[in-house]
Design a protein. Structure first.
Length: 93
């Protein structure tokens, strides 16, 4: 399973007080490794300000908040990421 986190160095204006995008990325690696030791996850962090793809453009156009978490290309959560949503998506796979 591939976990992709789109984020930026600058924190989302509506996410003040929440973990940064890179903190969320690192937190997910740790939390998912503990919860699902039998699964192999591929993790990817993408700075949406430095790439030109459909998801990055959607974030730039304020269609999504960041950090934006995807599981195998499908959006799982955005903004203030909640583990229960990520766990639920993994459990459905």
């Amino acid at each position: 399973m591939k976990i992709t986190v789109y984020g930026a160095e600058v924190q989302c204006a509506s996410c003040v007080g929440a973990p940064s995008s890179t903190e969320t990325y690192e937190w997910l690696q740790s939390a998912l490794g503990r919860k699902y030791p039998e699964h192999h996850f591929e993790f990817e962090y993408i700075d949406f300000e430095t790439v030109d793809d459909e998801i990055a453009e959607a974030i730039k156009q304020d269609e999504w908040f960041y950090p934006l978490v995807l599981l195998d290309g499908e959006v799982v959560d955005e903004g203030v990421v909640q583990l229960r949503k990520v766990y639920a998506a993994i459990d459905q796979k």
